[in-house]
Structure formats: structure tokens, C-alpha cells
Design a protein around this ligand. Structure first.
Ligand code: BJW
Ligand code: ZN
Length: 251
């Protein structure tokens, strides 16, 4: 695979690298994206399911939707894209993963510095007393579980529309993006805010922004380099280049 010379030069000199990821990076692990032809939203309308009011109106339905997705996630494995990102930690001083995904696959692939902007489907908490529950602690027979301490409804620890992102996570992610030398934007339509500001933060700090996607997005005209292709193919090829560049450097 041939890459632009300017990109290779920036990679060679980079100390700090950020990967900002979306649902597309997990597509090759068999997890449906949100807005593609096979997207999750095609089968379930987001306004019916991914907001707090919908949960209060019909908690069993929303809980069932997350149970269905949890099963897909549990059976999925990190793919070559996730693994290539994790391996980058061997070649750069500082690697951060800023993800919109709730599937935990970056962690399972071995990445160590991860900012989860939209939460994690493996965690749950009580909407009233905020006690956290792992999956094993919940009795899931018969719809949405109730809190053992106060009887409140248990919800997944994810960020729904109209809810704020975890503030400290988002500001740390913005800082990491701003100080990065190269920022990869992988498998996201970049239409959901404020997460979609991350590439702009990177750019404003002088980072070289590289998009990896199977098709053009709203962001494509604003990045330094747009690479068209599957994350599971492009990222391992980038890793191979990095290995070559970093070996040359040490000679
Ligand atoms: C591949 C591939 C392969 C496929 N290889 N590529 C302006 C500023 C701020 C906010 C707003 C704003 N305008 C509107 C808002 C409000 C709203 C918003 O952004 N709406 C827009 C949709 C219009 N934002 C919010 O409500 C956010 N909160 C907020 O603003 O709070 C304000 C507040 C402050 C103080 C108090 C109270 C409130 C919250 C947003 C939460 C989003 N949540 C979800 C659900 C998470 C839980 C769950 O998973 O169920 O997050 S929605 C969904 O979209 C999910 C995703 O993380 C997110 C992004 O989707 P993503 O990852 O980009 O996926 P897709 O499917 O869109 O794209 C996949 C891409 O992959 C495609 O491009 C493919 O081509 C590509 N691809 N295969 C490479 N193999
Ligand atoms: Zn409770």
C-alpha cells in the first residue's frame, strides 16, 4: 500500500499520536454501525431508544435493545484495526485512543490509554442512587433490573442524546488531541457532537489529521489526508510503515 510522502514524514517525527474512533472500526468485528445501510438505526429508531425519556416511557424495550447489542459485543473479538492501534504503543512515546464506541474492544485489544466519550455497555447504574452494577450482579430475567439498594431502574452506562458527555473524560481527550502530532480519525461519520469536535481540536493544535473510512464523510474536506478503505486493512499497513520508519530512525 502506498501512502503520501508528507504523511510518512509526519509519522516519522511524531511523538504523540491519537486515534479517534467510531463504529466503523468495529464493523469488521461484526458489530453493526449506526448509520450505514446495515446500521443499527435502520432497524431501531434512535429517538425511540437512545434517550432518557424513551427509557422512562418503555424501560423494558430499551433494556432489551441493549441486551441484544451486549450479546453481539460479547461474541465479538477485536479485529486487525484494534490490534494495530494497540501495537502502535511500541513505536510512539504517547498513544491515546479517543473512542465513541461503547463496545470495550480497544481495551480487549490491549490499548492502555483510552478515553470513552460515550460510556461503556458493560457497565450499568441505578438512575436514582447512581450505584454501579456489573452484568454478573444483575438478575436479568424479566425485563429491566431494579436496584438492590433503592429499587430504582438500572440503565446502561452510556451517553444518550441530550445528555452531557463525562466532562473530565472529554476535556482530557480534547487536550490529548490538541497536543498530538498526528491524529487518525477512523470509522466515524463525524456527525455526532460534541465528539465530532475532536478532529478540530487536533487541527487547531497543529496536528496532522488523517481520516480512514470506506467512504467520504462530513469531515473529509477538513482533514490533511483522507485514506479510503477498511480500517482492518489500512491500519495494519500503516503499522508496517511505522515499523520501517522507526527502525530506520534508530540506525
Ligand atoms: C468504516 C468501516 C470500516 C464502516 N472501516 N470505516 C452541536 C454541538 C453539540 C451537540 C449537538 C450539536 N448539534 C446537535 C447536538 C446534539 C446531539 C447531536 O450531536 N446530534 C446530531 C446527530 C445532530 N448530541 C448530543 O445529544 C450529545 N450530548 C450533548 O450535546 O449534550 C449537551 C448537554 C450539555 C449539558 C447538559 C445536558 C446536555 C450526546 C450524544 C450521544 C451520542 N450517543 C450515541 C449512542 C451511545 C450509546 C449506544 O451505543 O447506544 O453514540 S448515538 C451514536 O452515534 C453513538 C455513536 O458513538 C455516535 C457516533 O456514531 P459513529 O461512531 O460515527 O457511527 P456511524 O454509524 O455514524 O458511522 C460509521 C462510519 O464508519 C461511517 O462513516 C462508515 O462509512 C464507516 N465505516 N465500516 C472504516 N470497515
Ligand atoms: Zn439505587
Amino acid at each position: 500500500m502506498e501512502f503520501k510522502e508528507e504523511f510518512l514524514e509526519r509519522l516519522k517525527n511524531a511523538r504523540s499520536v491519537v486515534f479517534f474512533t467510531g463504529a466503523g472500526i468495529s464493523a469488521e468485528s461484526g458489530i453493526p454501525t449506526f448509520r450505514g445501510n446495515e446500521g443499527l438505526w435502520k432497524k431501531f429508531r434512535p429517538e425511540e431508544l437512545a434517550n432518557f425519556d424513551a427509557f422512562i416511557r418503555n424501560p423494558d424495550l430499551v433494556w432489551e435493545w441493549y441486551q441484544y447489542r451486549r450479546k453481539i459485543v460479547e461474541e465479538a473479538k477485536p479485529n486487525k484495526g484494534h490490534l494495530a492501534i494497540a501495537e502502535m504503543e511500541n513505536y510512539f512515546e504517547d498513544v491515546s485512543v479517543i473512542t465513541q464506541n461503547v463496545d470495550n474492544l480497544h481495551s480487549r485489544a490491549g490499548s492502555t490509554k483510552i478515553f470513552e466519550l460515550h460510556g461503556n455497555i458493560e457497565r450499568n447504574y441505578c438512575i436514582d442512587c447512581k450505584t454501579f452494577y456489573t452484568h454478573e450482579e444483575l438478575n436479568e430475567a424479566g425485563g429491566v433490573p431494579k436496584c438492590k439498594l433503592c429499587g430504582g431502574l438500572i440503565r446502561p452506562d452510556v451517553v444518550w442524546f441530550g445528555e452531557p458527555l463525562p466532562q473530565n473524560v472529554f476535556s482530557s481527550a480534547e487536550r490529548a488531541a490538541r497536543k498530538s502530532d498526528v491524529c487518525f480519525v477512523v470509522g466515524t461519520s463525524a456527525v455526532v457532537y460534541p465528539a465530532a469536535y475532536i478532529p478540530d481540536s487536533a487541527k487547531s493544535g497543529g496536528s496532522y489529521v488523517v481520516e480512514v473510512n470506506i467512504e467520504p464523510t462530513d469531515l473529509s474536506y477538513r482533514v490533511d489526508y483522507s485514506i479510503t478503505g477498511k480500517a482492518g486493512e489500512i491500519l495494519p499497513a500503516v503499522l508496517e510503515e511505522v515499523k520501517k520508519l522507526k527502525t530506520k530512525e534508530s540506525k
